[in-house]
Design a protein around this ligand. Structure first.
Ligand code: ADP
Ligand code: ADP
Length: 229
């Protein structure tokens, strides 16, 4: 079934004298268990859509559902609960606490989640079981991003939303981080949406959505990834 569905979704940023139409009537369906990637030029609306799917921002008009929950009708308070209970976020910058080890950084969130993974298990999922007691400064950029992914999946979110998770990494390290996201999607079945400019993602994604000027330009389904393995 659909994990996300949008209907005529539009977003206008009103900055006083300037109105920017960031999303312009987006109709989209993303499916449970899939890894979807949002591609398109800078400014085409990808982050705006991801933020609305994640309950970090409201649409200006149109509808957006997470399963049968109408996010467009929710109060800020309910959107906060939605984010807490259902969504894991990964951003370009890792936002790790420098004074805590990898294990402790993941533990911070597993402490407050209703049904968390053990921090050790989350770190094993991203291939960092041998670095659990390292501090962020002792880890490479790619390893720090993997800790951030472990932190995001440790609360067992139904969806993982990743906004330029490779943006601060060289392209080879970026591929490794995308492979971690693909493996997590394979093993845990977490529905995943990724924004990245790293071309390697096209082989890994089930669905590729191309944006242009706030609209969906076209969509590709990756048959190779769809085939049962
Ligand atoms: P992308 O992720 O594809 O680069 P964005 O969703 O970030 O695109 O931006 C879409 C458009 O909305 C751009 O023109 C951008 O400048 C504008 N925009 C994004 N966020 C804001 C904001 N907070 N205030 C005003 N304009 C914004
Ligand atoms: P909490 O669950 O503690 O109330 P929030 O609901 O505010 O936290 O945020 C949920 C997740 O989204 C957190 O992982 C937080 O780091 C992230 N987040 C929220 N707002 C932003 C933002 N504007 N930019 C980057 N990350 C954000």
């Amino acid at each position: 079934g659909a994990v996300f569905r949008t209907q005529g979704l539009s977003k206008v940023y009103d900055t006083g004298d300037l109105k920017v139409r960031a999303l312009d009537g987006v109709d989209l369906e993303l499916f449970s268990g899939e890894l979807a990637v949002l591609l398109g030029p800078s400014g085409s609306g990808k982050s705006t859509l991801l933020n609305i799917l994640g309950g970090l921002d409201h649409a200006s008009s149109g509808k957006v559902w997470f399963r049968d929950m109408d996010l467009s009708a929710m109060s800020d308070r309910d959107l906060t609960l939605y984010r807490r209970n259902h969504v894991g976020f990964v951003f370009q910058f890792y936002n790790l606490v420098a004074s805590l080890t990898a294990r402790e950084n993941v533990h911070l969130v597993t402490d407050v989640a209703p049904n968390p993974m053990r921090a050790e298990d989350a770190l094993a999922q991203v291939g960092l079981d041998h670095r659990m007691d390292h501090f962020p400064a002792e880890l490479s950029g790619g390893e720090q991003q993997r800790v951030a992914i472990a932190r995001a999946i440790a609360k067992r979110p139904e969806v993982l939303l990743c906004d330029e998770p490779t943006g601060a990494l060289d392209s080879k390290t970026g591929v490794q981080v995308l492979e971690v996201l693909r493996d997590v999607n394979d093993r845990l079945g977490t529905s995943t949406v990724v924004i990245t400019h790293n071309a390697a993602i096209r082989q890994m994604a089930h669905r590729v959505v191309y944006f242009l000027d706030g609209r969906i330009d076209r969509m590709e389904v990756n048959d190779a990834r769809m085939a049962p393995s």
